[in-house]
Structure formats: structure tokens, C-alpha cells
Design a protein around this ligand. Structure first.
Ligand code: ADP
Ligand code: MG
Length: 505
């Protein structure tokens, strides 16, 4: 039997109705209304409780107590608002408002399954107000139309990301994680295997722009750039002829020889000698600073070793921002180039499978205020990736610092607890589907609760994200436990020392 929880009253609108109830419905509960031959779904947005007999200007606590004792709860009513989600089949918002008096009925499990249960999809959690209903997301839409996972620290972004990775692995998905804090490297996923990739670049695969940035040669230093280019061409040529054992050393050798040559000519070419010498020193510094990513000449390009059907993880925690930027940009632009080749001309090199790229701390590389090399590439993938099966997932705890151009291309969002108004405003500006009603819910979400919206779901949904079942990651440290263990170990060591001393005497 229909579980009627109230009736429309006052002035209704096509997308919003007010209702009065004698029962106690809950905010975020799903309901339906039947009118004009349609079943129209809605969600309870706000609730107020009032009393028929107690007026607002009754300010005497004792009097209120006495009246409530006599009248009991029967005197009270609930007044609420329902946001209309649309026709259950077509999800269209009706053109006419609901007639006054239309019953507001609690949604059935079948109806909710129809709304949130995409059979092809991945399960990320359950409907917040109805834990018995699973929420499944459309994978094609999620990967091709990109995803943003946004929330303040500790709200559950890494957990949500891990749940999504594990579910995608179950379907044979290929994922690449740029692991800024080496969290995912330590995670064990249940549904598939992991491939850890060293953040190393073979120096011969870097282009001249990457060298310019790594060696910190400013745009204004034209002579330095000239000798860097010459050194690069020299090393490339040697390499091509198989005569280059170290690409960077060859560049340094060239710059050094050039500087010596100018030096022998005396003062007339002093500025050129200085420029070539600067290039030599800067390349030498670069070699030392980025030793950890550039030390190998025999490593394959990262994109060559990506494995299909696995979660590929590049650990970036030990790198500074410039090195991280170079690696992320290098890998992402190569992925896009190879997917384009695969989808269009077939020209080598190709990448033969679609890939979902997850970038944690996305606001650092795709920053609203600063330009990085990877920002341009990320924004390009956000615009063009769909056509070539290159998906993007940007994870950030500082959405307001996230490049608005990329943000606006994320057609799907999972927003967990987000309190700061400037963060909310920035997201809303870039995402037309984040309504005022949804925005209002963000500060009151608990850990693991999220607003999920975009093309990957039929209607915006409030979700309790599943707790990740693999080995947990990104957990807050149990500091107390670490201190206790350290204290106990120290005491045991002291005791043992004392025994050894006693035995000596
Ligand atoms: N959906 C969830 N269910 C249960 N616990 C969760 C959920 N999401 C997060 N947590 C817990 O909250 C803590 C912080 O989550 P985490 O994903 O690391 O947050 P963030 O990445 O946003 O900083 C972790 O200890 C995690 O286990
Ligand atoms: Mg995290």
C-alpha cells in the first residue's frame, strides 16, 4: 500500500512543491507524486516542525512545557519542500505543477532501483536515505566524460577513489594513478592486480622544452637556449648512431667544449662563452638534482610499460614539483598522442586500450593561478580525451585552487563534505549541474557521504560510499598507538639492559 507521508499545499512549482505532513519524514528521503497520468520522483530537501497552537510570540518556557504536556505531539505538524527530479521513466520535469492536495508518497525500493541501479555500472555505495538500494555508476560515461572527486581533507576522497579503482578492475579496466603520497602503492586491491612503475624517465625521451625547464633556463636567455638546443641535437645525433652511453653527459660535454672554444678566442665572444658555460653548469646541476628520475638510460618509456587490465601506479612522493610536473606531463601527453594514433591514422607508436587517469592533489598540477606544463595537457585531455578513450579523474581537497577550465570539463562529480564557501562557489561556477539545493547539503555530509552527479548517474544522488574492502590506505595515523609501542619497547630495552648489567656483577 502506498505510504503517504503528506500532501502538497500552498503554491507549487513544476520543480518544487511544499507539503504538510503529520508523519516524521526525513530530509533526503525519496518520494513520488502521481498526477497527470505520470509518476514523478522527488527528494525531500527541507523540513520544519511547527505547532498549531503554540505561536511564535509565546516566549514563556513554562507555558510551552504545560501546553505540550496537554496537547502532546498531535498538535504538531511537519512542513517541508520536495525538489522534483522528474518523471520516473523519462526523467523529464513535468510542465505543470502538482495540484494542491496531491499525496506525497514514500518511494518504493523498486522505483529507487530503477533510478540508481545501472546494471552495467560499478557499485560505489548505497542511497544515503535508503541503505538497501545500491548506487551504480555508468562506466562509459564516467571514463569518457571525466570525473572530479572533491572534498576537504579526511572526508573520504582516497577511500572513494580506491572503491572506484577496485570496481573498475573487476570489469577489466585499465587505470593509471599518479600517486602523489605513495598511498595507492601500498594498497591491496581485491579485484585485480597492480603494476608499480618507477617515476623514471630515460633522458633520451625528454624533449627540448622539458630540458629547458628541468635545467631552469629562462625564456629570456636566448643564448643559453641556443647552446642547450645545440647540445641536445648533438646528443640526439650520437644517440641515433648508437654512440651515446649517457645522453646528459653528452650534452654537458658539448656545452663544455663550446665554452672552451669561445674561451680560446679571447674576450670578443665573452658573452657566448658565459652562456655556454651556464648551460654546462645548469645541466650538471640538473643531473644532480634529478638524479633519481633521470639516472637510467636503459629504462623503457613509462607509456610502453603500462599494462592493460591493471591499476598502474606511478609513485611521485619523493619528487619535487618540477619533476612531478615533467613526469605527469610527459606521460599524459604521450598517452593522448598514442591514443590519437590508435584511433585515427594507426601510425606508431599507439596505445591500444582506453585508460582512466587518476591525478591526486590535482590542484597542484592543474592550478587555477599558476601555469605548469601538465596543466595544459590535463586541460587538453579534459577537452579532447573523450574521443580517444583517455579518461581523467581529478582528486582535490582544494577545489577553489583547481583550474576552472579543466574543472568545467569534468562532467561527473563526487563531492564529499565541503565546508568552505569559496570552494563551493568555484565548483558551482564551473558545473551547471550542481544546484543550490545540492550545494546546501555539502557542509553537513559525514565522512564517506557524497553528492554524486553528472551523466554517470540518472539523477543527482546522495550516496553513502562503500568502505574500501582492500587493505586500507590513507588512514589517519594512530599516533597514540605508535607512542605507546615506542614507550613499551624502550621500557623492555631498559629492563634487558638492567638484567645484563646485573648478570655482569
Ligand atoms: N565511505 C567510507 N566509509 C567508511 N569509512 C570511510 C569512508 N570514507 C572514508 N572513510 C574513513 O575516513 C578516513 C579518511 O578517509 P580518506 O579517504 O583518507 O580521506 P581523504 O582522502 O579525503 O583525506 C579513513 O580512515 C577512511 O577509512
Ligand atoms: Mg586522500
Amino acid at each position: 500500500m502506498a505510504d503517504i507521508i503528506g500532501r502538497c499545499y500552498g503554491e507549487t512549482e513544476p520543480h518544487k512543491v511544499a507539503f504538510i505532513s503529520k508523519k516524521t519524514p526525513a530530509v533526503n528521503e525519496y518520494v513520488y507524486l502521481e498526477y497527470n497520468g505520470r509518476t514523478v520522483m522527488g527528494i525531500i530537501d527541507t523540513l520544519l516542525r511547527g505547532s498549531f497552537t503554540l505561536s511564535d510570540d509565546l516566549l514563556d518556557e513554562d507555558a510551552i512545557g504545560k501546553i505540550v504536556d496537554i496537547e502532546g505531539m498531535s498538535d504538531q505538524y511537519i512542513r517541508g519542500e520536495v525538489t522534483i527530479l522528474g518523471d520516473i521513466n523519462t526523467l523529464e520535469i513535468p510542465r505543470t505543477p502538482a495540484p494542491i492536495g496531491t499525496p506525497i508518497i514514500r518511494a518504493t525500493i523498486d522505483q529507487l532501483d530503477q533510478l540508481f541501479h545501472n546494471n552495467e555500472g560499478i557499485k560505489i555505495g548505497t542511497v544515503l536515505s535508503q541503505p538497501e538500494v545500491d548506487v551504480k555508476l555508468d562506466v562509459n560515461k564516467m571514463v569518457s566524460r571525466h570525473l572530479g572527486i572533491l572534498a576537504m581533507t579526511g572526508a573520504g576522497k582516497s577511500n572513494a577513489t580506491s572503491v572506484i579503482i577496485d570496481e573498475l578492475l573487476l570489469l577489466g579496466g585499465t587505470i593509471l594513478v599518479f600517486d602523489m603520497h605513495s598511498e595507492y602503492g601500498k594498497t591491496k586491491f581485491n579485484n585485480g592486480s597492480k603494476k608499480s612503475i618507477d617515476a623514471k624517465i630515460n633522458p633520451r625521451y625528454l624533449n627540448i622544452h622539458e630540458y629547458k625547464r628541468l635545467a631552469r633556463i629562462p625564456d629570456s636567455a636566448t643564448n643559453q637556449e641556443r647552446y642547450l638546443r645545440e647540445a641536445y641535437d648533438y646528443a640526439k645525433k650520437l644517440d641515433k648512431n648508437g654512440k651515446c652511453s649517457s645522453f646528459i653527459d653528452s650534452m654537458i660535454f658539448y656545452a663544455n667544449s663550446k665554452a672552451n672554444e669561445f674561451g680560446e678566442e679571447g674576450n670578443k665572444n665573452k658573452s657566448h662563452e658565459d652562456a655556454a658555460r651556464q648551460v654546462e653548469f645548469k645541466l650538471d646541476d640538473m643531473k644532480r638534482i634529478y638524479h633519481s628520475i633521470l639516472d637510467k638510460t636503459d629504462v623503457d618509456d613509462i607509456v610502453n610499460i603500462l599494462e592493460v587490465g591493471k591499476v598502474n601506479i606511478i609513485s611521485l612522493s619523493s619528487l619535487d614539483e618540477i619533476a612531478t610536473d615533467i613526469i605527469v606531463n610527459h606521460v599524459l601527453s604521450e598517452i593522448l598522442r598514442r591514443r590519437k594514433n590508435a584511433r585515427t591514422t594507426g601510425e606508431e607508436p599507439t596505445l591500444d586500450f582506453p585508460i582512466f587517469n587518476i591525478i591526486e592533489e590535482a590542484h597542484i598540477l592543474a592550478s587555477q593561478r599558476r601555469d605548469t606544463r601538465s596543466k595544459k595537457t590535463i586541460s587538453r585531455i579534459a577537452r579532447e580525451g573523450r574521443k580517444f578513450g583517455v579518461g581523467l579523474c581529478l582528486v582535490s581537497q582544494s577545489p577553489k585552487s583547481l583550474d576552472s577550465e579543466s574543472l568545467s570539463q569534468l562532467n561527473n562529480l563526487i563531492i564529499l563534505r565541503l565546508v568552505e564557501p569559496s570552494d563551493q562557489a568555484h565548483v558551482q561556477k564551473s558545473s551547471e549541474s550542481l544546484s543550490e539545493d545540492l550545494l546546501k547539503k555539502l557542509p553537513s555530509l559525514n565522512v564517506g557521504e557524497a553528492v554524486v552527479l553528472g551523466q554517470m548517474t540518472k539523477v543527482p544522488t546522495l550516496v553513502k560510499i562503500d568502505e574500501f574492502k582492500g587493505t586500507t590506505i590513507g588512514n589517519d595515523l594512530d599516533i597514540l598507538d605508535i607512542w605507546r609501542t615506542a614507550k613499551r619497547e624502550k621500557e623492555e630495552r631498559n629492563k634487558q639492559n638492567m638484567t645484563e648489567i646485573d648478570e655482569l656483577f
